[in-house]
Design a protein around this ligand. Sequence first.
Ligand code: NDP
Length: 283
Amino acid sequence: TKEKCYRKEFITVFGSPVDENPTVVIMDAAFKALGLDWIYNAFEVYPQDLETAVQSIKALHMKGANCTIPHKVAVMKYLDHISDAASIIGAVNTVYLKDGETYGENSDGKGFTKALEEDQIPITGKNYVLLGAGGAAKAIAVELALAGAGRITVVNRSRGRGEELVELLLSKTPVKADFVLWDHSYELPADTDVLINSTSIGLYPDTSSPDLVYDSLRPQMVVCDVIPNPPQTPFLTEAQNRGCHTLNGCAMLVNQGAINIKLWTGLDAPRDIMKAALLKEFQ
Ligand code: NDP
């Protein structure tokens, strides 16, 4: 007779606040579809307890963890290994355990480039306009740059963060990059290939849109939003009204989750099922 295992594999997200983090929805859907009796649950972790929380991954033989606000940067000092991209970005959102050691990865930006790939949107040599310079913007910009993007124009409200991101791209990646201070309604350069909102503008319950000259959008431009909730932001609707192909924040979130599942289970994630579960949740 087959030996029974009553122990379930466990994966967590460390954050604070973390109660409203929807990642469990896509993970549950994925585990079910893959036939894995695994558990994903959020843990409220305060900054002063992060080290103990990370040690628990090893102590409890967990497969891994996600890190979210405010732990993405602080977690790095407690890990055994950090991927090249995550060290350039300076933040880790995913931890996995391999041969008893912890590895840090950042799948936020990779989730974004994977979502572009999924829609057959080429990256090499293309011109990007990136609204925002926070954590999400940084991860996206670094992955686009490492994937061969031609030029990234960072448009940000505060000069310090914007210039810092451009400096990082120029010093650590081969991409061309420039900064525009966002103190006016921004008009897109006509040679823009892809426009990305990576600010938190439009995140539920906010219904506003980035301050742009929307008539500078051309139908051949691809327009992306990182906001997963609501999936259809007023920003994306503006772009669609001008004939642009759009990509919403759910695509990025699901692809990021799919990359994590591969790291934790070694299996290819059921992305369509995960996407459907997330859209249902945000209905
Ligand atoms: P940060 O706080 O690190 O950065 C926020 C950015 O938005 C900054 O550049 C900030 O500018 C800018 N910003 C905020 N409000 C305004 C405004 N009213 N006008 C102009 N600029 C503004 O946040 P994150 O980068 O971590 O997250 C940003 C968004 O990305 C969140 O809504 C989050 O939900 C989403 N996200 C989505 C993911 C996905 O998988 N779909 C993954 C990760 C994040 P300034 O520097 O001037 O303050």
